[in-house]
Design a protein around this ligand. Structure first.
Ligand SMILES: Nc1nc2c(c(=O)[nH]1)N[C@H]1C(S)=C(S)[C@@H](COP(=O)(O)O)O[C@H]1N2
Ligand SMILES: [Mo]
Length: 335
């Protein structure tokens, strides 16, 4: 029955969409590009299946079964996820008052996950061996080919029009205030408050294998190491800035035996980095030659080239070497 195949295909597409979205969210380096393209293509494949799915759904709704309400809610959430994804990617609607299209996209997707799980439990789709027949694989190929063409056509349109989406980075993010840190958004992962720290009494506690030391802002600033790096927030913006401060490897020259570097903000926001990052991470005291604004992490923040914004811990409190592996943490901050 064609309906069963449609449902199965949608299930696979939803799983790939969520997985590729999560990976794209986590990645800040070059190979995030292809993942974002897969993500967009899979999203459009879901759209291409909508006519078939609506036939299946209408048939199902006519039978007045319990659980139709949540199924409709799921359909609405998936549609909203796609619509807001396209609004962000095209640039037609990136900032929507207090929220961004990206936030709505991710929020709707997260809400749809439990509903989708529930949906496949109560409306079981059974896979069969014949689903992998040559004929069905050709169908799947045609669907993905069509979605790929739709993706290329949409991107083409965005560039020819041109829509703001033409200028986005491979991660999908838009430039906000590169080289003008005053125009860069102040962003929190969830609900950290902007701290106003008293510089003279502030110390950065650094615990290395050889012991602990408390550094003052002047100590750190005196090193004058510089890095040009791109902060790329999962909220959908990025900025290139010239940062200055001190490379972490200067504060912890002997990190070799440890496995990770645990960085904590004064607000308690933690991130654990692999120890190999010690030479790449900058403890930044300045941006564009000036001390950081409170919103951007004064007195000092992490600059983590190649990593998404949520790694760039602000209002640093302590950094310690640790024997716990870096991946022993939630892939995204939970607080
Ligand atoms: N302490 C702390 N640091 C934080 C966050 C936070 O919520 N708390 N948010 C992170 C996120 S998600 C981003 S994108 C950047 C934003 O930096 P900015 O506000 O200087 O632009 O800070 C990161 N550092
Ligand atoms: Mo972010």
């Amino acid at each position: 029955m064609a309906g069963r195949r449609t449902n199965l295909a949608l299930l696979v597409l939803l799983v790939v969409a969520v997985a590729s979205g999560a990976v794209a969210y986590g990645i800040g380096t070059g190979w995030g590009g292809p993942v974002v393209i897969v993500h967009g293509t899979v999203g459009l494949a879901i759209v291409l299946l909508a006519p078939w799915k609506s036939v299946v759904a209408r048939r199902g709704l006519r039978r007045d079964r319990p659980g139709n309400g949540p199924s409709i809610a799921l359909a609405v959430l998936v549609a909203a996820t796609v619509v807001f994804g396209v609004l962000h990617a095209s640039g037609l609607g990136v900032e929507l008052g207090p929220v961004s299209a990206m936030q709505v996209h991710v929020g709707a997707a997260l809400l749809s996950i439990p509903l989708a799980l529930w949906h496949v439990v109560v409306r079981r789709v059974r896979a069969r061996r014949t689903d992998l027949s040559r004929r069905n694989l050709l169908r799947a190929g045609a669907l993905l080919g069509g979605a790929g063409l739709a993706y290329a056509a949409t991107e083409g349109l965005v560039h020819v029009a041109p829509l703001p989406g033409a200028d986005r980075r491979f991660t999908g993010s838009y430039d906000r205030g590169s080289f003008r840190p005053g125009e860069m958004p102040v962003t929190q992962w969830l609900n950290d408050p902007v701290l106003h720290v008293d510089a003279p009494s502030w110390r950065l506690l650094v615990r290395g294998p050889a012991g602990e030391r408390a550094w003052t802002w002047d100590d750190l600033d005196a090193f004058g190491d510089r890095v040009r790096a791109t902060i790329d927030c999962t909220g959908g913006w990025y900025a290139v800035q010239d940062w200055a401060g001190v490379r972490l490897s200067r504060l912890i020259p002997d990190a070799g035996e440890a496995r990770s570097l645990l960085v904590r903000s004064l607000t308690g926001y933690p991130r654990r980095f692999p120890v190999r990052d010690v030479g790449r991470l900058l403890v930044a005291t300045r941006v564009a030659g000036r001390p950081l604004d409170p919103g951007h992490g004064f007195p000092a923040r992490v600059v983590a080239p190649g990593r998404r914004g949520f790694w760039w811990v602000k209002w640093l409190g302590s950094i310690e070497v640790s024997s716990v592996p870096w991946w022993a943490q939630w892939p995204f901050p939970v607080a």
